[in-house]
Design a protein around this ligand. Sequence first.
Ligand code: ADP
Ligand code: MG
Length: 720
Amino acid sequence: MLPPGVPASKTAQKSAPLKETAEDQAAPQPRFEKAPAKSPAQKALEKLGLRRDIDLALHLPLRYEDETRIVRLSEAQNGDVVQIEGQVIHSEITLSPRRQLRVTVDDGSDTCVLRFLHFYPSHQKALSVGAQVRVRGEIRGGFAGREMVHPSFKAAGGALPGALTPIYPTVAGLPQAYLRKAVLGGLSRADLSETIPSQFLTKNMAESLWSLREALQFLHHPTPAVALDTLEDRSHPAWQRLKAEELLAQQLSQLQARRVRAAMRAPPLAGLAMRGTQCTLQEQLLERLPFRLTAAQQRVCAEIETDLQKSIPMHRLLQGDVGAGKTVVAALAAARCMDAGWQCALMAPTEILAEQHFRKLISWLEPLGITTAWLTGSQKAKERREMLALIESGEAGLVIGTHAVIQDKVKFKNLALAIIDEQHRFGVAQRLALRSKMTDDGHEPHLLMMTATPIPRTLAMSYYADLDVSTLDELPPGRTPIVTKVVGEARRDEVIERIRGQIAEGRQIYWVCPLIEESESIDLVNATQTHEALSAALPGVMVGLLHSRMPVAEKKVVMSLFADGLMAVLVSTTVIEVGVDIPNASLMVIEHAERFGLSQLHQLRGRVGRGAAASACVLLYSTGEAPRLGETARARLKAMVETNDGFEIARRDLEIRGPGEFLGARQSGAPLLRFADLATDAVLLAWARELAPVLLTQHAELAHRHVLRWLGGKAEYLKA
Ligand code: ADP
Ligand code: MG
């Protein structure tokens, strides 16, 4: 029988109580020659993306442990992580409060108890009375004097290392000791020759950058004399070099992507091939709109028009807060495309969103004689075949759908404009696939990406060298601001009372329950219970339920009941599919609001406040077992109350999460910045921006090597 919490694998049995010490002894040698079968640790290395020697060399420590010194117990403070050496003077297994091994060590200055809740006879033996041991762990003030819980230990007397011990980011199945050896090997074999000519290694007049080799060797094995805080906050010159390198790689690859794109051709969408001198589709559409474009919409449309008339493919991100009116901008771009005699495709991340676009766009465009094709994973084979034929023959000028649009079977006659809604929900590969739908080689369609999660301006300007950004910074007129309240779980009844009031006024309500990815069943229980409770509390009111595991057809029924105003309250788990436009909805309740990210909360809130009625958002939070909300959750909820502005929200999100995460693959498709921080490394970023074009033109070979070193195969992705 294994003690609780100890995995049943053999290495784990050996190493569980000893942590790194045991791994040092038990870890297999890393092997990088052609091994017949991959060990779990090798697979774990690959999972971390550590394939090449240089990848290993660039895998930098999270933190360090100081094993270079032995500390006297009398000089150690509680809370210090220290290494001591002494003699075991007592050892026993006690049974209360639970079974544990308690060992007392005396180092001549004081004593300390070592406690092990999981242990094996071998540990007991190694720590028997009289043994001289070297122990490392955190000193705590325990119930019966000072103690260390689960310290690592080994026999006393071995040589002390000359450098701090690096602790690397790792994953399950990859022991530190194995990783450490692998990194060391990578570091010694990797080509670390300079890619930045020395005249550029001056960041400013006062400071010059270390060489890459120096910096890496130092970061993997810093001397104990280093001020640890300069490693922690990454202000140390060695870190500066690494961050400069990384930013330069980003800037270079973006520039390269831009140049590649500039060499591609796209059809200039200027002429009126189809319509001759008649009024253009675009003009007719504008005339038929039930509203006037805002100044921001007009400006953005003009920016897009200018791009579309060029024979270089457009690569533009349209960002605008939820409800800012991006759809009509997309429709006008599509109309321009069809005016010129080409096809346009619009892809949305979910079926409900796609269908909503479909309905809106056909209501605008079909009266103008446009045939629109509809593609989704759930449609019947016969319908699908008809649609594919319409697309291939070119009869359908506009194609709207989900991921189904990029399937191999879909052949366009002449695609010239691809529009992607909520672009951050698509993977890079999917965006590339859509662009490859253009039939001609060497040609690409124009690409318009839309997002309601704005990239803060500073980021957009500095980081996305290969992206043009248009911004809708104005909401259509007549909206009343949404009032947001943070309410504790205990006041649920008041919220329900409020719902009654809204229903009495003929309004509709969203109630969103969180999506916990790892446990869909819990979500379901949560949402189902809420649905039942609300149905019981609101007799005579239609309360609907929408969750991720419902069949699409059923979802559609629920959505249309809600859209038609027959259903007053919609309880939903499927956060993503709430991206709908129902102006009569005036109250959004978000349950367990503390579990959502800031941008997500803002997106959800944007589902209300679309009509003229005053709207509100209630953030219901629950602290669960914990006595109070975590700091991050509190900061998020506070930001929600304080501002309705999507850009301000994005700025705060950046503050709370840091740009690394903001730029995470899921958000933007751009590879994560691992080391640099755009907020604090502005000087380095400026340096990299300036250097990139120079390097690319004057030292193309070095530039190429630099990008390859940092991005390897991932550089391809930057084109998307
Ligand atoms: P989002 O940017 O979130 O995709 P939508 O395109 O769905 O926003 O627009 C939100 C709502 O505002 C829709 O009902 C749309 O018809 C309406 N709308 C868009 N532009 C204007 C405008 N200029 N004046 C009034 N209403 C508008
Ligand atoms: Mg939209």
